[in-house]
Design a protein around this ligand. Structure first.
Ligand code: BDR
Ligand code: CA
Length: 308
């Protein structure tokens, strides 16, 4: 059983990551910490609460940082809509966030641990970076950081940068250099995981609350990808992090030196991955370079079936 804290900015694919993590017999989800990213914190927090309430999941939800550490705030309303989770219509919200700040929860949980907690981030890395700055001793307590973010190849916000890193590159830099193992699940593999109409139909056939929510979410998510990029199917980035913990053989990783570009105007937020080792620098991250897509969808379907 892998103990994790899921730090996210729901977001359609973040919501799918919550779904997969919350009922997996392989994962112990200690808490969901929320950050501004795909939308404002107020909206991403509301979305996280709506999702756990809909799923009947008892995991505590903590609100975190409402802006990046240094740069100005950016959101991804073009992809995730005005609410950050356009598509599903939820019943009135009863669930409330925990009173503790997400950063304090992260620090408290890690300090009380024996180094067995994996930090999974599927949004800008602001909360974890803040926690590392506020209590540097947590670094040695982190088992591993598994993040959705970055790319060896092309970005999705600029030619150079992927959204989660672009939205707070300074935070990503702090996390990547904290000295703990980092697994970077970037666009190189998550772009391969396309939620096509066939996938949506397959998940619909699961026929429970979780699958109904997934289908509603994908209605919007797939429509925007079609309109923006002409793609038949949306890359379902964030749940790949969770699936890679459920089945460690799912993604193939390559250790490499990764540095976050902080100073360039054009390439701010790029994850500079020394794929071929030209710089002869030590590896700083295991970077996902391939994925068994078929297996991912099997894991995801199984994840939905856990709600039956
Ligand atoms: C990442 O950006 C967000 O829009 C998604 O939720 C995902 O975490 C993909 O670049
Ligand atoms: Ca996300």
């Amino acid at each position: 059983m892998e103990k994790i804290i899921l730090d996210c900015d729901p977001g359609h694919d973040d919501a799918a990551a919550i779904m997969l993590a919350a009922k997996s017999p392989k994962i112990e989800l200690l808490g969901i910490t929320v950050v501004a990213g795909n939308q404002t914190l107020e909206k991403t927090l509301r979305n996280a609460l709506n999702v756990v309430q809909w799923l009947g999941v008892d995991v505590p939800v903590y609100g975190g940082c409402d802006r990046p550490l240094v740069r100005e705030k950016v959101t991804a309303g073009d992809i995730h809509g005005k609410t950050g989770l356009d598509g599903p219509v939820f019943p009135p919200l009863v669930r409330v966030p925990e009173p503790e700040h997400a950063v304090n929860f992260i620090i408290r949980s890690l300090m009380a641990s024996d180094g067995e907690i994996t930090m999974v981030t599927t949004g800008p890395m602001t909360n974890l970076a803040m926690a590392l700055r506020l209590e540097p001793q947590i670094a040695e307590k982190i088992k591993r950081i598994v993040l959705m973010g970055g790319a060896c190849t092309n970005g999705n916000v600029t030619p150079a940068a992927e959204f989660n890193i672009f939205a707070d590159a300074e935070a990503a830099h702090i996390c990547f250099t904290c000295g703990r193992p980092v697994t970077m699940i970037g666009l190189d593999v998550t772009r391969m995981v396309k939620c096509t109409p066939e996938v949506v139909e397959r998940m619909k056939n699961v026929g429970n609350r979780a699958s109904a929510l997934f289908v509603d979410m994908m209605g919007h998510f797939c429509k925007t990808q079609k309109a923006l990029f002409g793609w038949d199917g949306a890359p379902l980035h964030d749940p790949v992090t969770i699936a890679s913990l459920i089945d460690p053989a799912l993604v193939t990783v390559k250790p490499m030196n990764v540095r976050i570009e902080l100073r360039s105007e054009q390439s701010y937020g790029r994850t500079n991955c020394d794929y071929f080792g030209y710089c002869q620098l030590p590896s700083t991250a295991d970077v996902a370079v391939d994925i068994n897509v078929q297996r991912f969808w099997d894991i995801f379907e199984e994840g939905l079936r856990n709600y039956s």
